[in-house]
Each structure stands twice: as C-alpha cells, then as structure tokens.
Design a protein around this ligand. Structure first.
Ligand code: GDD
Ligand code: MG
Length: 238
C-alpha cells in the first residue's frame, strides 16, 4: 500500500495564515508525488477561520481537506488527540498553521524517516543548522529555559523537547497519545518523553523556526504554569 501523509493543523485565529499554508502544503505534496490530506481542527476561532477553511474544502476537495471543529478553545494537546480519529493516512505530520513550521521541510522529514524506518522524526531548533528567527529575547528565554529545565530533569533523547513539528507513524502516535495526559503546549514535551519510555525510535531534522507573520501567539502565562506542572508530574512519575 502506498503511503499517505496526514497533516494535523490545529487552528485558533489563523484566518490569514490558513490559505497560504494550505497552498504550500498542497504544492509540496504534489511536487513530491505524495498522497496527502490536511485535518484542520478549529476551536471556533472568533476571527472566522472556519469560514476560510470551508472555502478551502471546496477548493481542494474533501479528500484533501478535512475540517473538524470544536465548540471552544480546548487546548493544543487535546486538538491532536481529537484529530487522530479522523486521520486516514498511515503517517501523521503535526505542525503549526502560522508558518513557523514551513512545509518545505516535510520532504526532509520523510527522507529521514525512510533512512531507518524511524517511528518518529522530530524537527529541532536546537541542533545542527536549526534555529529560531523573529522571537524577542523574552520568548527565546522561555523556550530555552523550558528545554533546559526539561533536559535537567528528564535527560531527554531529543534536542528540542518543546518543538511541535513532527512526523509519526500513525499507530505510534496513537499509542503515545493513549498514555499522554497534558492538554496545553506541554503536550509536546510529554509526547517526546512517553515515546522514549515506549521505546520508539526517533530521528531529528534541524529546522528554522520563523515567528508568525500574521496574528498572535497563544502562549500565555497559564500555558507556562501548565508546562511547569506537567514537567514536575513527568519528573516524579516517569
Ligand atoms: N485548535 C486549537 N489550536 C490551537 C490552540 N492553541 C494554539 N493553537 C494553534 O496551534 C499552533 C501553535 O500556536 P502558536 O500560538 O502559534 O504557538 P507559538 O507561541 O508559536 O508556539 C510554538 O512554539 C512552542 C514552543 O516551542 C511549541 O510548543 C508550540 O507548539 C509552537 O510550535 C497554531 O496553529 C495555533 O493556531 C487551541 O487551543 N486549539
Ligand atoms: Mg506560532
């Protein structure tokens, strides 16, 4: 059976970004002759993201764009969990909808996965020629601090624990999600830690993370507190 790649795109107020990211995803998959779909999970964004998404379903067809909606903002972690039920591909790519994760890296993820039939390929900003562009000092410090804390407590096997541009075998993602409890941004870190305890193989691809062009980040104080709580729970339980 030929491989199919399902991209899960969680959206909250991504009206401007969604058409362009979808266009670039479609272009990348077509150019590389890959079977693809995008599962959009929109949490009733007040900016009208859903109206834009409905137009995209018409434009690209239901086979390629699957719009799923929830009644309100329920968090990034639960969006992936929710989307998994609708995924038709045997591989799943999770990424942000705001261009911080660029579709052009996807062929590299796929090539890396094939090198050794890896279970997971994760993008890293903190190894090789990876990097972060456009963030202010405070945001860089939060991300570095989150990774440093986690690296001290959890001795990770990946260089970017909080990044969220990743490729999974679908059944691997399902097994990890089954045992992952976090609801917010901390989800990414917990998934990487669970992947290790379940003995899945992980490879890394350096990525350039560029801050969003349109709209605002949804990372707030409550997410940071959620991260610290999640980190502590993992430290004391894994
Ligand atoms: N459906 C849904 N989508 C959400 C929610 N919260 C955020 N999103 C979507 O999730 C993606 C990431 O959100 P951003 O608000 O752009 O995150 P960021 O601050 O740029 O954070 C990035 O860096 C973090 C630290 O490295 C990452 O943990 C995070 O995943 C992301 O890559 C975007 O597509 C955004 O619309 C939510 O509650 N529900
Ligand atoms: Mg972002």
């Amino acid at each position: 059976m030929a491989n199919k790649y399902s991209v899960i795109l969680p959206t909250y107020n991504e009206r401007e970004n969604l058409p362009i990211i979808t266009y670039l995803l479609a272009k990348t998959f077509k150019e590389n002759k890959l079977d693809w779909e995008v599962v959009i999970v929109d949490d009733n964004s007040p900016d009208g993201t859903q109206e834009v998404a409905k137009q995209l379903v018409k434009l690209y067809g239901e086979d390629h764009i699957n719009l799923q909606t929830r009644a309100g903002k329920l968090g990034l972690g639960t969006a992936y969990k929710f989307a998994l039920d609708y995924v038709k591909g045997n591989f799943v790519i999770i990424m942000d909808a705001d261009f911080s994760h660029h579709p052009e890296a996807i062929p590299q993820f796929i090539a890396k996965q094939k090198e050794n039939d890896y279970d997971i390929v994760t993008g890293t900003r903190y190894a090789g020629n990876g990097g972060v562009y456009g963030w202010n000092f405070k945001r860089k410090l939060i991300s570095r601090g989150a990774n440093f804390l986690a690296s001290q407590l959890l001795r990770p096997h990946v260089s970017d624990l909080t990044g969220s541009f990743r490729l999974y075998k679908k059944e691997v993602l399902a097994k990890i999600i089954e045992v992952t409890q976090s609801k917010g941004y901390v989800f990414q870190m917990e998934m990487a830690v669970r992947a290790r305890s379940l003995n899945f193989t992980i490879a890394e691809v350096p990525i350039a993370f560029v801050d969003r062009l349109y709209g605002q980040s949804k990372l707030g104080g409550d997410e940071i507190i959620g991260y610290l709580k999640g980190l502590w729970t993992l430290f004391t339980s894994v």
